[in-house]
Design a protein around this ligand. Structure first.
Ligand SMILES: NC(=O)C1=CN([C@@H]2O[C@H](COP(=O)(O)OP(=O)(O)OC[C@H]3O[C@@H](n4cnc5c(N)ncnc54)[C@H](OP(=O)(O)O)[C@@H]3O)[C@@H](O)[C@H]2O)C=CC1
Ligand SMILES: O=C(O)[C@@H]1CCC=N1
Length: 280
């Protein structure tokens, strides 16, 4: 079988935080670097792609897209429309699947900007894709063939878990939970480090303890056959120290706060769709 069949050419438009994470995950998973191209206006980002991952990187989007079976759009939602429009003529009628990771912007808007009848997959990955520990929610519009769906799954699975949804609106919920989610956990790690320093540990001691604890807890929850609530209970001795700490978190409304945070992220995705993805 030819490499074109085994490893269809994949183009990435945008090599920022998310594009670079997906490219890194894909190359690390063994996808041949000579089957991946990328485009970004920033010469430094292109140099990183070439030197670190061995892929070809261009300042011209059309050049990067030439001959690609899949084009991954990894630019900000605010510039997606202007990025796509010059590519529309080239992509129209082609056998290329368009995979957008942009928050909010729905497949109908992308299809419209491409002139209609486009095979569009909306994907919401997260930056741990760089180390193969990501999570991606996906939705395919009716134009996407099963082969194209498989290709989109291969690209995203290189970065970790993939989860297909049949209701596109739930991509905004995925954005709120796993797309933005790494930032919530990083924030918690930062806060735990600060607390350790306040209690007298050095910055380095606090950093090491907070990081290893986050890693250990996540790994244990991931590998355990009991749920997070049961694992939490095993740490919480009646009348002990954890109970006092959790009481503070609970009295401070942490659970509500997390619900509010996720809802705010979901609502922002909807707002981006309404302001940037409209007909005008
Ligand atoms: N960051 C994350 O954790 C996640 C992000 N996403 C989505 O991924 C997308 C990218 O986000 P993120 O990577 O954080 O953003 P970044 O700003 O880090 O990356 C976007 C890159 O695209 C480049 N770019 C801008 N305009 C064009 C263009 N016309 N053609 C080609 N490249 C262009 C930018 O260059 P320059 O900086 O010079 O403008 C930048 O290097 C967004 O739509 C976001 O919603 C989804 C899931 C998670
Ligand atoms: O903050 C954002 O808008 C993007 C989408 C999900 C994570 N980062």
């Amino acid at each position: 079988m030819s490499d074109q069949t085994n490893h269809p050419r994949i183009a990435f438009i945008g090599c920022g935080n998310m594009g670079a994470s997906l490219i890194g995950g894909l190359v690390t998973s063994g996808y041949p670097a000579n089957r991946i191209t990328a485009a970004d206006p920033d010469p430094e980002k292109r140099t990183v792609m070439v030197n670190r991952h061995g892929i070809a990187a261009y300042d011209d989007n059309a050049t990067a897209c030439a001959g690609a079976a899949a084009v991954v759009l990894a630019v900000k939602p605010q510039v997606l429309r202007e990025t796509l429009q010059p590519l529309a003529a080239r992509l129209r009628g082609s056998d290329t699947v368009i995979i957008s990771v942009a928050a909010g912007i729905d497949s109908a808007a992308i299809d419209r900007w491409l002139g209609g009848n486009a095979a569009v997959v909306r994907a919401m990955p997260n930056t741990p894709a760089l180390i193969g520990a990501g999570a991606t929610g996906l939705f395919a519009n009716d134009q996407v063939s099963s082969r194209q769906k498989q290709l989109a799954d291969t690209i995203m699975q290189a970065g970790g878990l993939t989860l297909w949804l049949t209701d596109e609106s739930l991509i905004d919920a995925v954005t709120a939970i796993s797309g933005s989610g790494p930032a919530y956990f990083f924030f918690f790690i930062e806060a735990l480090e600060h607390a350790g320093i306040e209690l007298g540990l050095t910055a380095e001691q606090a950093r090491q303890l907070a990081l290893q604890t986050a890693f250990g807890a996540a790994r244990m929850a991931h590998e355990s056959d009991v749920d997070a609530a049961a694992l939490r209970e095993r740490v919480t001795s009646p009348g002990g120290t954890t109970e006092q700490a959790l009481k503070q978190l609970s009295d401070g409304g942490l659970e509500n706060l997390i619900q509010q945070a996720a809802t705010a992220a979901r609502d922002r995705a909807r707002e981006l769709a309404a302001t940037l993805g409209g007909e005008s």
